[in-house]
Design a binder for this molecule. Structure first.
Ligand SMILES: CCCC(=O)SCCNC(=O)CCNC(=O)[C@H](O)C(C)(C)COP(=O)(O)OP(=O)(O)OC[C@H]1O[C@@H](n2cnc3c(N)ncnc32)[C@H](O)[C@@H]1OP(=O)(O)O
Ligand SMILES: O=C(O)CCC(=O)C(=O)O
Length: 474
């Protein structure tokens, strides 16, 4: 049995427990949110009243209590197919029920007080965790609402905004969210195991999805572009920083990446391949925008380790939401493995929030805009996605991932597209961790196209192309 399946079962059981805990927490939180400060006061008054009642002689009481228990480390070192799991650590939450009989009122009173305090502490803890996990983004939204209001006010004095910046999701998106599955939509394509795998890990590898014939055609088009036989509007041709600042090489050896090939009909065919869109739809729904396109030609490392791609979350680059309606399809154009720098992912990190990104402090230099997550747990299990030509991995934009150095003499090619539900909406990133990338993108747009007033959101609206259904708001 593969690691994936075995782990699936274990995770399934644990997930149910977690789910139970989470639902409980959410209910408590919802209840508490409604109560607010007034609720707390009411609770205290109620506590006093209860105490008085007990003093009058009321006996016997049942109560339930939720307990958190930390279970030890589970280590799992195993290799199977393309997945290598190094280590896994987890915290399991368990619910316990206790029945407490009152015998002496004073003792119970103390217990009762302790319990209330404990409950309050626990609720505070939950709140802190939820603030980290859930409340923070909505906190950001609050900030963004204010920023959006300011922006709208400003724009009102200037001009009409060219894109619609929103602070809350389209109603259709909010209402279609399934209860149990947060990251995928109901569909008839994914097996329950595949769906659960994506939900829990944030990626899904589909073998042999794109034909060798198509890949060969993409490769030929790439070579034509490198030979400058075609001129593609809007295309960004990147060279690795190690050669960009030194040697001049005129052929494909100089090109480390093609970005934004939406105007190249041959390469853009990749983004509209029906068998790819079928999977994409499981995450975005039927209205699909291709937002970001890349053909990555990872060069043999020039000895400075610049061919690495630092660990990052793609959402850092995107001023649109919600994250769970965005997905990347990344197809290997040849065998990719640890030697030539395959993708490396940190499973499960898609359930976290967007982290702060910046340039890593690499001695040999870093490619332009290759920001990395500032802090992530280096002990988090890593999965090296070794793939064959045509294999495609779909992954969530919050999944922390990167790619290793190319230690071979060949170029490692992959083609990718980031898709988003056309119902997604633009956000204002002012006051958020994305401000640094916004600044760089705007500076580049100014330098490259002499565009002064272009917004970060506009740079995406220009690039986005509808590939299925209706263009709703992006
Ligand atoms: C979900 C997305 C995940 C990701 O993909 S993250 C990566 C995102 N990357 C990007 O968006 C790539 C952006 N890159 C670009 O726009 C261009 O390649 C770039 C860096 C502006 C270069 O454009 P060119 O047209 O080649 O301009 P140029 O040759 O005149 O060079 C201008 C200055 O840039 C430098 N440069 C070129 N390639 C570089 C590189 N790879 N890293 C760092 N610096 C680089 C180049 O040396 C030149 O510098 P200077 O002005 O002479 O000091
Ligand atoms: O293809 C690679 O090496 C890394 C690609 C990647 O992580 C990205 O562009 O987001």
């Amino acid at each position: 049995m593969s690691w994936t399946h075995r782990d699936e079962e274990g995770r399934g059981r644990r997930r149910k427990k977690k789910e139970k805990g989470r639902i409980g927490k959410k209910k408590r939180k919802r209840g508490r949110k409604k109560k607010g400060k007034k609720g707390k006061k009411r609770k205290k008054r109620k506590k006093g009243k209860k105490r008085k009642e007990r003093k009058k002689g009321k006996k016997g009481k049942k109560r339930k209590k939720g307990k958190k228990r930390k279970k030890g480390k589970r280590k799992n070192v195993e290799e199977c197919q393309n997945l290598v799991v190094v280590e896994e650590e987890e915290v399991v939450e368990e619910e316990e029920e206790e029945v407490v009989e009152e015998e002496e009122e004073e003792v119970v009173e103390e217990e009762e007080e302790e319990e209330v305090e404990e409950e309050e502490e626990e609720e505070e803890e939950v709140e802190e965790v939820e603030e980290e996990e859930e409340v923070q983004p909505s906190g950001q939204r609050t900030k963004m609402s204010r920023a959006a209001d300011r922006l709208k006010h400003l724009i009102g004095h200037l001009d009409r905004p060219s894109v619609d910046i929103r602070t809350s999701p389209a109603a259709s998106l909010a209402s279609t969210l399934p209860l149990n599955f947060r990251y995928s939509l109901d569909n008839s394509l994914l097996t329950p195991e595949q769906r659960r795998f994506y939900e829990e890990n944030g990626f899904l590898l589909i073998k042999n999805l794109v034909s060798h014939e198509d890949i060969d055609r993409f490769r030929q088009e790439f070579e034509r572009i490198c030979r400058r036989e075609v001129d593609v509007p809007g295309l960004v041709v990147m060279r690795d920083v190690a050669i960009a600042k030194s040697e001049f090489v005129s052929d494909q050896r100089a090109v480390s990446k093609l970005q934004d090939f939406q105007e190249d009909p041959e390469l853009f065919r990749f983004c509209a391949l029906p068998q790819v869109l079928e999977y994409v739809e499981c995450f975005t729904g039927p209205n699909i925008m291709a937002m970001h396109t890349m053909l990555i030609n990872k060069p043999p490392d020039a000895g400075k380790k610049t061919s690495r791609h630092p660990m990052h979350q793609d959402l850092h680059y995107f001023p649109f939401r919600p994250a769970h309606r965005i997905v990347c399809a990344w197809t290997a154009m040849e065998t990719v493995n640890r030697q030539n720098g395959c993708l490396v992912v940190l499973p499960g990190t898609h359930t976290g929030t967007l982290k702060e990104h910046d340039y890593p402090e690499w001695e040999g230099g870093v490619n332009k805009m290759y920001h990395g997550v500032r802090d992530f747990d280096p002990a988090h299990p890593r999965v090296h996605l070794e793939m064959q030509k045509g294999d495609t991995v779909f992954f969530h934009p919050l999944l922390i991932h990167g790619s290793g150095m190319n230690q071979t003499k060949g170029f490692r090619k992959a083609i990718s597209c980031h898709y988003a539900a056309a119902e997604c909406y633009y956000i204002d990133v002012k006051g958020t961790t994305q401000e640094n990338i916004e600044k760089e993108v705007k500076e580049l747009a100014h330098k490259r196209y002499n565009l002064d007033h272009i917004s970060f959101q506009d740079t995406w609206a220009f690039r986005g192309r509808l590939v299925k259904g209706d263009r709703i708001s992006l």
